[in-house]
Write a protein that binds this ligand. Structure first.
Ligand code: PLP
Length: 388
């Protein structure tokens, strides 16, 4: 089986599991307990926080561990917008891009439904990019928060975050970015990016599912969403997932240390794969930006097919991939991301995404490209047979 669905999730890396193991077994303590077992868990958590802060270029107190990317996005979008609205009731708009993950988009809709916010959706161009001009056009004196993702999960397009963040912050508006797909591939230094908040998730980069983090810059007002014992400096109550945090820190550190080499190698493999698929499948369309895209994502539309049928044909040939966002899987609605890029609903439902982790090889991708050619031809033949 060739697994080309790493944007959905990745296996836990050996080094990550080794780092987590002690905190699941002998070092199982509750970091809030005042005995040696608890204190050693608290020390492990502090070490993990310090390692995450080093990768994000921030202070340890600016890292909030969460249960993953979805929670980090919810905490950023709702937590910052509600805190700003509480301080100034005029601040009742949020601006998000048209291609956000549902964790951001649905958080914004929640603010609209229950807290009187207006959501300003910033359009993207045909490559999926938000231009500074488009963002500027969506900002208002009442804007409480801007949230624009670093890299898109369906088409891999990378946003010009430093320019966008600067634009918002020059107007005193906090800027959040969902870096769940970017983590492991792109620089994560929050000072260079110039962001006020940034979400990451462990399972996209070789840590376990159910762990993530939100960077929140000091002095950014944040209303907690989960109330209880006041852990994470009151910003996210609940007994901390110590092993998860240690795993996240290990995976992030490993990814940072190997980033330059892996990025170049995987980007070269991606480009070769894209060329092969475009040659194998007449009429195939590469979706997203041609160059400003994640090294790990190659996404296409195959007009005249259905993405779901291509997936089935590919799986029969030993290649596992996805028709878009794993979270939207099973939904018949065309991808809002592809429709925002200007694709018709008919073409959008022919989308297939191939995504890789750093272990991907040229042999795998060569075999996968050949399988794509055969799978698409198979689906088209079937369609032609049925319409006869
Ligand atoms: N944001 C993006 C861009 C994602 O791709 C995902 C997962 O697919 C998430 C957020 C949600 O992360 P998690 O699965 O950790 O909740």
């Amino acid at each position: 089986m060739i697994f080309l669905d790493a944007a959905a999730t990745t296996p836990v890396r050996r080094e990550v599991l080794d780092a987590m193991w002690p905190y699941l077994m002998g070092g199982f303590g509750n970091p809030s307990s005042h005995h040696t077992i608890g204190e050693s868990a608290a020390a492990a958590l502090a070490g993990a926080r310090s390692a995450v802060a080093a990768v994000l270029g921030c202070r340890q107190g600016e890292v909030v561990f969460t249960s993953g990317g979805t929670e980090a996005d919810n905490l950023a979008v709702k937590g910052i917008a509600l805190a700003r609205q509480a301080a100034d009731p005029q601040l009742n708009r949020v601006a998000i891009s048209a291609v956000e993950h549902s964790a951001v988009a649905e958080s914004a809709r929640y603010l609209e439904r229950f807290h009187g916010f207006t959501v300003d959706v910033v359009p993207v161009d045909a490559t999926g990019r938000v231009t500074p001009e488009a963002l500027a056009g969506a900002l208002h004196p009442e804007t409480a928060l801007v949230s624009i993702m670093y890299a898109n999960n369906e088409v891999g397009t990378i946003q010009p975050i430093p320019a966008l963040a600067q634009l918002a912050r020059a107007r005193g508006i906090p800027f959040h970015t969902d870096a769940v797909q970017a983590a492991g591939w792109l620089p994560l230094d929050t000072r260079t990016l110039g962001v006020d908040a940034m979400s990451i998730s462990g399972h996209k980069l070789g840590a376990a599912k159910g762990c993530g983090a939100l960077f929140v810059k000091s002095r950014t007002r944040l209303e907690p969403l989960v109330h209880g014992g006041g852990q994470e400096r009151g910003r996210r109550s609940g007994t901390e997932n110590v092993a998860g945090a240690v795993g996240l820190a290990t995976a992030l550190t490993l990814a940072r240390d190997r980033q330059a080499e892996q990025q170049a190698r995987v980007a070269a493999l991606r480009d070769r794969f894209i060329q092969q698929v475009l040659a194998e499948v007449p009429g195939a369309i590469l979706t997203g930006h041609a160059t400003d895209r994640l090294p790990s994502v190659a996404s296409f539309c195959f007009p005249g097919t259905s993405g779901e049928s291509v997936l089935l044909e590919l799986e029969r040939r030993g290649v596992v991939c996805s028709s878009g966002s794993a979270c939207a899987a099973g939904s018949d609605a065309p991808s809002p991301v592809l429709t925002a890029l200007g694709f018709s609903a008919e073409v959008a439902q022919t989308a297939v995404r191939f995504s890789f982790d750093a272990s991907v090889t040229q042999e795998d991708l060569d075999a996968a490209a050949a399988a794509v050619g055969a799978a698409v031809a198979g689906v088209k033949n079937l369609g032609a047979g049925q319409s006869r």
